[in-house]
Design a protein around this ligand. Structure first.
Ligand SMILES: [Zn+2]
Length: 402
């Protein structure tokens, strides 16, 4: 018998599965292992203990919080009759003004979900003034599910937004010639009647003053001590090339397909390192304004939206060697997903708080990299000892910039 006793001495019998460990049983009942002392026949056991059916267990809550109320909120979220036959359930856990917890869950069929995604994009654009009359917007279109869905949703949102020029730009990436995503990008833009350009790798080589083709630089970096930075350099060179392309085309805004998990992962990273993270979903960087219209759209919603709009689930390309690293970044993404399962809708408070955090402190001011021209956000904790951005420092030290 396994009993759980809270601070009010309420007693509940939990039923372990065969061979189940203490932490697994507690997790199934939304009880954190860290909140209980577990006794087996009067002796303490750890959460990794495998439960024996013929022993007596008591897990006593040592925390002061009202776990009964919190568990009931999760029950409410899960207790949705039509959920088991729906492809998606939109959940939200929020706080009321009096500090009580509120839970909502709505089952959605694919057409409803698509409508929700498009409405969320429109509302995000309106609420945060992401697009203004006469703007020129460069949409970074890799052809993957995120940027493709962004293009689909923005294209659908146009009639609700001020008039703006929309230009999709695909960076001629390391593997673009063979990548199905690349092909998908041009087909999609064409089918939507949206202007589409390729930003060439040679433009990146020009901007970064590289002495080696970019497609050789990234794999070569994998054999250096900078291997775990290769992914950041890949992203940085892509982003910077898109920026220069935007300026050449007279476009003043850049939209990227970062979704809720991407942005929560970034905020967690900033939180844990003490680094400043600029505003979400709109940030002014140098002369350009970056916008993230998918900030409040979840990854799964994007995939299902893509399925509904195109009839296809996203193609998954195998990650490049450098895309599997660094592991700390992977871990932030993983945590971002876990957090969303425990606190669906947390991004609403989290992003607002992130934006507010800096308001009273200091204005974010950027410096410019003397090699690639990218904007650098100097961090209060890390003094800048060079006028190069991190990517250009590594490219110089690895001999790819003369
Ligand atoms: Zn640079």
């Amino acid at each position: 018998m396994f009993k759980f006793v809270d601070r009010m001495q309420n007693l509940e019998v939990l039923h372990p599965l065969n061979g189940e460990r203490v932490d697994q049983l507690l997790l199934r009942h939304r009880i954190p292992s860290a909140s209980v002392i577990v006794l087996k026949d009067g002796e303490p056991v750890s959460e990794l203990h495998e439960i024996k059916q013929d022993s007596e267990y008591i897990a006593a809550l040592i925390e002061g919080y009202d776990i009964k109320n919190i568990r009931s909120v999760y029950e409410k979220l899960a207790n949705n009759l039509s959920a088991s036959i729906s492809p998606y359930v939109k959940k939200r856990l929020s706080f009321n003004k009096n500090g009580s917890l509120d839970a909502e869950s709505v089952s959605l069929l694919l057409p409803d979900l698509s409508e929700l995604v498009e409405r969320t994009v429109v509302e995000t654009c309106q609420e945060f003034d992401l697009i203004r009359e006469g703007d020129g917007l460069l949409l970074g279109l890799s052809g993957g599910v995120d940027s493709s869905s962004l293009l689909l949703a923005l294209s659908a949102a146009r009639s609700y937004l001020p008039k703006f020029r929309l230009v999709a730009v695909t960076f001629e990436d390391f593997d673009s010639q063979t990548s199905p995503a690349f092909q998908h990008a041009s087909e999609l833009a064409k089918s939507l009647g949206i202007e589409h350009h390729i930003a060439s790798a040679s433009l990146a080589e020009e901007i970064f003053h590289l002495n080696t083709p970019l497609r050789e630089v990234l794999p070569a970096l994998m054999d250096t001590p900078f291997a775990h930075h290769a992914m950041y350099i890949d992203h940085h060179t892509t982003r910077r090339t898109l920026e220069v392309f935007a300026e050449k085309e007279g476009l003043n805004r850049v939209a990227l397909g970062l979704h809720t998990t991407d942005l929560i992962g970034g905020v967690l990273n900033g939180w844990m390192t003490g680094y400043d993270i600029a505003d979400i979903p709109l940030r002014q960087i140098g002369r350009l304004t970056y916008i993230y219209p998918l900030a409040f759209v979840h990854k799964r919603e994007l995939h299902l939206y893509h399925l509904h709009q195109t009839g296809k689930l996203a193609r998954h390309t195998t990650p490049n060697a450098w895309e599997k690293n660094p592991k700390d970044r992977n871990f932030y993404y993983y945590l971002a997903d876990i957090l969303q399962s425990y606190w669906p809708g947390l991004e609403i408070m989290l992003f607002t708080a992130n934006n507010l955090r800096f308001r009273g402190k200091h204005q974010l001011s950027y410096k410019q990299c003397s090699n690639c021209g990218a904007s650098i956000l100097p961090q209060p904790l890390a003094e800048m000892t060079t006028d190069l951005c991190d990517a250009c420092v590594i490219l110089t030290q690895s001999g790819f910039i003369n």
